[in-house]
Design a protein around this ligand. Structure first.
Ligand SMILES: [Zn+2]
Length: 58
């Protein structure tokens, strides 16, 4: 899985880099999703205004 999607914070993490600094600890399991799909990722960012986690991007 490439993407870790936090639907509570509307934030997308990169599975490879996601860690404690990302702040998803408080997000309940049912609001978390894992995906490999580039189309889904793009849709969330472009249409749903999800942001890419700064910790995972650096
Ligand atoms: Zn992150």
């Amino acid at each position: 899985m490439k993407y870790f999607i936090d639907h509570l914070e509307k934030r997308i993490h990169l599975r490879q880099f996601a860690g404690d600094a990302c702040g998803f600890i408080d997000t309940p399991i049912e609001k978390r999703e894992f995906s490999d799909e580039e189309d889904y990722f793009t849709q969330l960012v472009v249409e749903e205004s999800y942001t890419i986690c700064a910790h995972c991007r650096s």
